[in-house]
Design a protein around this ligand. Structure first.
Ligand code: TYM
Length: 335
């Protein structure tokens, strides 16, 4: 990490089961950043439950998922001694700033958000205003803390561009208030694709259970899913003929074994698809079995998770409430 003070913010929606894409595209980067942290830097990881309800969530399941995502952050290696972990809805500053930003961001720019276009097509008449305003809430999450860096997967890039634009516009309307953040995307895991359709991204809302490896899948389920993963009409790994499906599997193999794409390709060259997928399955299980063990222990330890989330929220509220005071003054809100 550079000598300049960094403020790192990111989050995941508790809207389903976390999958390999969430881990490789986001959480693994967070853990790596934590290792390189200097004492002046700040790490903030949020469970973005207000974003989750932009699409209907069963209330009982949502409550459960919030805890599960928090426990998964910890099990994957986020250490509350280094990072603030908190639940978005527990800090009302996020919704406050979100409204103010709604009044700054141009409607036309929101209409161009590709994630809204995709999701609203799936939701049809069920599409809510919340789903439309989603990127303004995400901008609020980021801008409240003077965030400098947002580690995410590629699908969030456009939202971070919008965040910069809103910050710039607010600053020019009301005076310097917000820091312009940049995204951080790990190009080797920016877009992990479905195991069943290499042209569509691995996603929490995929109806096909064989498309995604969930971090809490049983080991034999992980192996079964990888064995069933689509490849192409060939029969052995060959660098001459890399299909999108095979490229995706090699990227996953590289990420879970800390090797580059080229290193994996070199060692797997000539392996039959069957043998390759067996090795990949073993590597994925070896990576996630210890994480699953830690995760279960954390959920059983009564009180510890709540203590961490309470402390996280108290700590971040100190930053965000000061920022809200500045925003109120700049905009002329209240007395
Ligand atoms: P969410 O919950 O959809 O995804 C969480 C993180 O996982 C990444 N990701 C992927 N990376 C690679 N390949 C994939 N197939 C894949 N699928 C998901 C996402 O890019 C993301 O980094 N809007 C955000 C949550 C959010 C947020 C924020 C993030 C709300 N406020 C502020 C950063 C900063 C989202 O829906 O993520």
């Amino acid at each position: 990490m550079s000598t300049k003070k960094e403020i790192i913010f990111s989050g995941i929606q508790p809207s389903g089961n976390l999958h390999l894409g969430n881990y490789l595209g986001a959480i693994q980067q967070w853990v790596d950043m934590q290792k390189r942290l200097s004492p002046e830097d700040t790490l903030i990881f949020c469970i973005v439950d207000l974003h989750a309800i932009t699409v209907y969530q069963d209330p009982k399941i949502l409550r459960q998922k919030i805890r599960e995502v928090a426990a998964m952050y910890l099990a994957c290696g986020i250490d509350p001694k280094n990072a603030h972990i908190f639940v978005q809805s527990e800090n009302p500053d996020h919704t406050y700033l979100s409204w103010v930003l709604d009044c700054v961001v141009p409607y036309g720019q929101m209409l161009r958000m590709t994630q809204f276009k995709d999701k609203s097509q799936k939701q049809q008449e069920g599409t809510t205003v919340g789903l439309f305003n989603y990127p303004a809430l995400m901008a609020a999450d980021i801008l409240l803390y003077d965030t400098t860096t947002v580690p995410v997967g590629e699908d969030q890039k456009q939202h971070i561009e919008l965040t910069r634009d809103v910050a710039e516009k607010f600053n020019s309307m009301y005076g310097e208030t917000f820091v312009l953040p940049k995204d951080q995307i790990d190009t080797s895991a920016a877009r992990i694709m479905s195991l069943q359709n290499p042209l569509s991204k691995m996603s929490k809302s995929d109806a096909d259970p064989f498309g995604s490896i969930y971090l809490l899948d049983e080991p034999d389920e992980m192996i079964k899913k990888l064995k069933r993963a689509v490849t192409d009409s060939g029969s052995a790994v060959s660098s001459e003929n890399l299909s999108p499906a095979l490229t995706n599997l090699i990227s996953i193999f590289g990420k879970v074994t800390n090797r580059s794409f080229e290193q994996v390709l070199k060692t797997c060259e000539g392996l039959s698809y069957g043998a390759f997928k067996t090795q990949l399955g073993e590597a994925v299980v070896a990576k996630f079995e210890p994480i699953q063990k830690k995760y279960r222990a954390l959920l059983e330890e009564s009180g510890e998770l709540d203590r961490i989330l309470d402390q996280g929220c108290a700590a971040v509220s100190v930053y965000s409430s000061a920022k809200i005071q500045v925003v109120k003054e700049r905009v002329g809100l209240g007395r």
